[in-house]
Structure formats: C-alpha cells, structure tokens
Design a protein around this ligand. Sequence first.
Ligand code: ADP
Ligand code: MG
Length: 689
Amino acid sequence: MDMQAPIEEVKGVGPKTAELLKRVNLKTVGDLLYCLPRIYENYQTTVAIEDLKPGKVIVKGRISDLRVMRTSRRQLTITEGTISDDTGSLRTVWFNQPYRAKQFDAKREYYFTGKYELKNGRYVLQSPSAQLVQDVEKDGEAAGFQPIYGQKSTIKPQLFQKIINGMRDQFAEIPDLLPFTEHVPKYISPGARSEALYLSHFPEDPADAEAGRRYLAYEEIFELILAAKLNKLETLRLNAMPLKFEQKLTQTIVKSLPFQLTGAQRKATWEILQELGSKKPMNRMLQGDVGSGKTIVAAIATAQAAASGAQTALLAPTAILANQHFESFVKLFQGLQKQNPGMKLPSIALLTGATKCKNQLKKQIRTGEIDLVIGTHALLTDSTQFHRLGFCIIDEQHRFGVGQRQKLLLKSPEHTAPHLLSMTATPIPRSLQLTVFGDLDVSLLNELPPGRQPIVTKILPELAQADDLYPAMRELLRKNQQIYWICQLIEDKNQSQATPVKRQAKKLAEIFSNYQVGMLHGKMPVEEKDQIMDDFAEGKIDILVSTTVVEVGVNVPNANMIVIQDAENYGLAQLHQLRGRVGRGDQPAQCFLLTTSEGRPSKRLKEMEKSTDGFYLAEVDLKLRGPGEIYGAMQHGELNLQVANLSDTETITAASRHAAEFAKHPEDMVKYPELAMRIRKYQQLTTLN
Ligand code: ADP
Ligand code: MG
C-alpha cells in the first residue's frame, strides 16, 4: 500500500468527501490511517437501567421529553431528557449543549455513555455522549469493544468509520516504517506497524488497543527524537561567527562588578564563553532558579561578542523586562568605563513597541552601528534587520513559541547561524531535553548569590488579612521596604477590564494612607507602565498593586513582600515565578498566599509553603499536571502528540537509543522516504538553531 497515495484513491471516497477530508488536512492514505480513534468504548459493559450504579456507565435506550432551559444567571443552558429501556428510565442533562435537544430521533435506540451521579438530590446521567445503536452494532451482532472517532469539523465520525472499515482488507499491505537497528525493543519488528494500526482501528478487546497504542507511541517518540537529532547534525553543518574568548576583557568586567560571582555563575560563564569561540553555533540553555543571577552571565557574554565585532540580540517577553535589562546593562557598562577610562564599550539600544524613532534605530541596527539590541517581539518584525547578528539571547525562553525563536535566529547573515543562549527558570525535565530539544546542552546555576535569606511563605484566608497581614505589611513599610500585591485580571466585558486591580489599589491606599500605592496592569499604555515600574524601582511607590505582568524577571531588590490574591487560581510554576520577585536582596522576605476557599488549601499551595526550590517544585508540578502543559512548544499547542506520553520514560529511553544508533548514518535516511517525510513536521518544530 502506498501511504503517500492521494485519498481519492481510497475506496468509498468520492470527490465530495475528498474535498471535506482535505479541508481538515487529511490528504493521503497515510493521513487517514493515522487518524486514530479518540477513545474506545466497551459496549459489553452496557447495563440495564434498573441495575445502574454511580460512576461511568453505558446504557442502551431511547430518549424522550427533551427540553432546553436557560438559567437567568450567566446565560447557561441546560438540556434535559429521559432515557428509557425495558427495565426503567433515568434523567439525563447536558450543560451548554442546546443542540442536543434536536439531535435525537425518539424512535431510535442509542448507546449513552456518561457519568451517573447525584446532582441536587437526584441521580442523573451527566452530559453523556451518544452513538446510534445501528452505527455501533455490526449485522445485528451485539456491540463489543469499539473505537470512537472524534468529529473533525464537518466530517461525522460515522463517515470516518465507514471509510476505515472499507480499507480493512488492505491493512496487511501497510509497509514498515522504522529502521531495524541492533537495539530495538521486541515489539518493534517487521509487520509490527501494520498490526498496530489494525489493532488500533479494529480491536477486539482493551488488550488489542493497548498493543496498538504501545507501538504507535514508540513510533511517535522515535520520530520526534530522530528529528531533533537530525536537526542537531544539520546545525553542526552551519557555520557561526567564532566569538573569541577574551580572557582579559572578562576579568576586567568581573572585577568591576559590585559583587563576586558565585561559583555556579563562574562555571556557566566559562562554559558559554568557551563555546562562543567555536565556529559551530552554540545552542545552550542557561537554567537557574529565580534570582540565581542569569542576567550577568548573559551580559558578560555580550561583551565578548561585541569585542569580536558581532551583533547581539537579547529577546525578552515583556517591555518591562526589556527595559529593566537595558538599564542594568547600561549601568554595568558605565561602571566598567568608570574604572577603565578610555575603554571601548558596546553600543546598546532598546527596541520595544513603545520605542520612539523606530526607523532610525532600525537603520542603525542594519548598518551595524548598534552592537547590542535589547527588545521585545518588536525585534522579530521583518523590518528589523541586522548587519552581523552573531549571538542571540532569549530570556525566559519558555515564553516564546518555536516560530518566534526561529524568526530571530534567521536574522543572521546568510549561510550562518547565530550562537544561541536561552535562559529559563523553569527546569526542563530530562525526558523533554531528550525529545523536544534533542539532547540540549545545559549550563546550570544551582547556587544562589550569598546572603539571600529564605523567603517565608504563608497561606492565609483572605478573611484574616486585617488581623494577620496588615500588621506585617506595616512593619515592613516602616523599614522603608516595598510590597507587591498581585491581583487577577478578571475579564469582565461590562466593566473596565482592570477593575479588581483598581479596586484593590483604592482599598490599600485607604488602609495605608501614609504610603504611596501604585497600580500596574497589561492594558495600560506603555509609557505609563514604564513610569510606574521606574517609580517602584526607585522606591517612590511603596505598594505596587499589579497583575501578573510582573511575573517574570522583574528585579526590585528592595521589595521584600509579595501578596498573591486568589492564589489557588495559579499554577505552581507561576506562583514560584511570582514569589521570585522578592528575596532578591539581602533582607528577609515574605510571601503571602491569600485564599478565598473555605476548604483546606490545595496540595499546590502547601508545596509552595514547604519549599522555595524551583527544581523541586517543577518536579511536583510535573507530577500534578503532566509535562504536556508545561513547556515551550507544548504550551503553544504546536506539538500535538497523538499517542505518546512525554512522561513515559521507558519508551523515551528505548526510542532515544534507537534513534541515536540510526543517526550515526544520516545518509541512510534516503532509504526511508516515508519516515523522512513524516519527521519533517517535527524537524521544523524542534529546530532551535
Ligand atoms: P534571574 O536569574 O532571576 O534572572 P537576575 O539576573 O535578575 O536573576 O539577578 C537577581 C539579582 O541578583 C540582581 O539584583 C543581581 O544584580 C543580583 N546578583 C546576581 N549575581 C549576584 C552575585 N553573584 N552576588 C550578589 N548579587 C548578585
Ligand atoms: Mg531573569
């Protein structure tokens, strides 16, 4: 079977159906076969209504008395109906699915699958999915274990099922895909692919489905890793500008700093400076917990780049952060010049949405007058071009999608790649380093600058704030220290969008009338934001009521308390980042997590109270949420793995070894044209350089 054959060649697919399928990106026979069932339903577990027990259930019956009701509050719709079989009847409800009222034919029988549970004192079947009995049962034979396909826009799952059924006889002709090298798991054998696809589409029992899934998950992970590995090889073929290790310059800078570098900073700096000297592009990630001092490491590296005549671009996720970096770089280089009069310093510029005279600045970047440009997304626009971009730094790299990162990297001179340093406080688990990042090079800052006091974290019910929180705030303010107060930005169409922030700022201004209370949120004009941030950094504002715009990177060492309202609404990584805004100087710091819920605090919040170690918290987060939601590409929905699970380390380890073996001879790829084609999408996704 030719997996690349156009879908028109599939039996039962006429021109009209073909058009529909193409619209959802199903263009080849292979595309169809890899459209796997969304779930499996075991209809053998169907129960009579009189025997129902609470939990997930399947019942077979007819539905009547359908009606839609609207609640006055929040425009919620409720669709109700009665399902009956020979033994009895039950009530079913759907929320916000008004189309359900018109979906059913009262004369026909359906399988209903859903949760049977107690709601307001009555047992109901909650939001069941439904399948026509006629669609599920084959030739009058009772339904057994069935795949359920997802609806793809206008294509009904039933149509899809019919097409796949029509191909059933040809599954045996599906060719193998993976290379068979020496070390492959037993279940990766000739014929395994065709069998796995068959079992996935036509399983007889859960074990069949699982066997199919296992092979296909392996295949998916293998492809992802191989793509990353080939990308890495490809990058090695590109040339980068060697940025010569300037030992003397480095020593001079280090001496001019107002502090001593930590051991971890020295080591990371050394690793980076060494690698920048290579003709091959660096692709390194600087991982260090919040406050570990990543910025200075980056700054030293930019000085080396400038000394070699290369331009550097530093990309930051928010204007506030870009501004702050710009100011600290200027300060650093001014300090350097003061101690070393006559020294030639890199010329620095700031480029954000708010930058005035953008065109002129862009001209200076294009002609190479500017050595180092620090900016936001404005750096990525087509009109921002460089003369000799040799080094890119991406701060808080997980905030950027792959496409954005690539846009920046492509601004280097033709046939070269810039060196890349990405920085993050969010540790990337080993499994992801291997898969998505293709065995990434990492420099680690596993040490905080000396003198940092631990941040004391406390969960506090919001009702207790007057008694337990305000006195603590007063005491801190008396010491001339500053406070962040974080509010959620609740989008409310009827009101000005920043209401909670405004309300809270007003309230605090009344309570702490001797102090300056400022307000900051993303919807404010940029100039105003900058002004507020500057005022806070200079100590003109005592309490800054803000949304999470201050979440990443912001550095005001005199702020030693952060209060996070509605703390239960944030993820662990985000809470840790927010808390990282304080404790950046040598004073003790406090973090209050305010909760509105009456029950016991969530596991997340308790972990926050217990630990300030970002690496530990990332692991907890990984366990609580799974890796899929957390990192880079996945966060941006670009990496849609169908079957594989990125916390399945066993499969990852096996596939990784297999891919490494194969990648030793990349020239063999020509013998695997289908594989080469399939991994192209991953190659675009995982390339970082
Ligand atoms: P992050 O890793 O979170 O980006 P920053 O680079 O913003 O951290 O550094 C946090 C603060 O620590 C800054 O005020 C910085 O000047 C200071 N800092 C960095 N390195 C040291 C050091 N070795 N000793 C003392 N303070 C340092
Ligand atoms: Mg930072």
